[in-house]
Design a protein around this ligand. Structure first.
Ligand SMILES: [Fe+2]
Length: 242
């Protein structure tokens, strides 16, 4: 009988993350914890499960230009977004489920809360995709460059173009949710969500144009590597009973 694999993840690197409350990003003030956090002792459940269901992810899920399943193609600037999921020692992390969601080229989400915008939906674009990192920790998506969109945080507020990312390893304790921005976007310095990350870490959220990824006559290429904290990332594999 084989015992479950137990992975130990380091705690959040708080100095690298945005504070819970950042008044320029208005909604954080109400939702930030007002009392000290309580530590919860991790049990085997958080360390080993539930485990992503890799078999339900197909290659088609990584192509957002066609995964609406309509037979048509999404409208917009076709882009390839790829990179590696690495631990803090620079080692690729295979088997990570990478999920993304984003607006269409007009800056609109397929979501009921984004129904008041004077921006069109694209019937051939649902704006969600997923893939699993390979042995080198590499992920890759084909998608449409998202548009900036207005939001009600402050007068004339516009979010820079961005792609939301969720990374799920083999356990609940290994999830990271973040956003990728685009190099050279003039809206970045005006965005309180981007600015809420400390100065030394916010540029890590910017993807770079990479001509080696760009495919002639097809799509421009963007590279964005994601480094996960893994100070305690020791893989303990129990010995098999013989
Ligand atoms: Fe967004």
């Amino acid at each position: 009988m084989t015992e479950p694999i137990v992975r130990h993840y380091g705690p959040r690197a708080y100095p690298d993350h945005p504070p819970f409350s950042y008044p320029d990003y208005r909604s954080t003030v109400k939702r930030a914890p007002s009392q000290d956090l309580l530590g919860i002792v991790k049990t085997l459940t958080e360390s080993t499960g539930p485990g992503p269901i890799w078999s339900e992810i197909s290659e088609d899920d990584a192509d957002l230009t066609t995964n609406a399943g309509t037979g048509g193609e999404a409208i917009g600037e076709r882009i390839i977004v790829t990179g590696r999921v690495l631990d803090e020692h620079g080692i690729g992390v295979p088997g990570t489920i990478v999920e993304i969601w984003q607006t269409n080229a007009a800056g609109r989400y397929v979501h009921w809360r984004d129904s008041k915008r004077k921006a069109p939906l694209d019937p051939n674009f649902i704006g969600v995709g997923q893939c699993v990192t390979d042995e080198e920790g590499t992920y890759r998506f084909l998608t449409i460059r998202p548009g900036p969109y207005p939001w009600g945080n402050h007068p004339n507020a516009w979010r820079p173009a961005h792609i939301h990312f969720s990374l799920m390893g083999p356990a609940i304790g290994s999830r990271l949710v973040t956003q990728m921005y685009f190099e050279g976007d003039p809206l970045l310095p005006l965005d309180p969500i981007y600015n809420s990350a400390p100065g030394h870490s916010r540029e890590r959220m910017i993807g770079s144009y990479d001509h080696d990824i760009t495919e002639e006559g097809w799509a421009t290429g963007w590279r964005w590597d994601i480094v996960l904290r893994s100070e305690e990332g020791i893989l303990e594999e129990s010995e098999e009973d013989e």
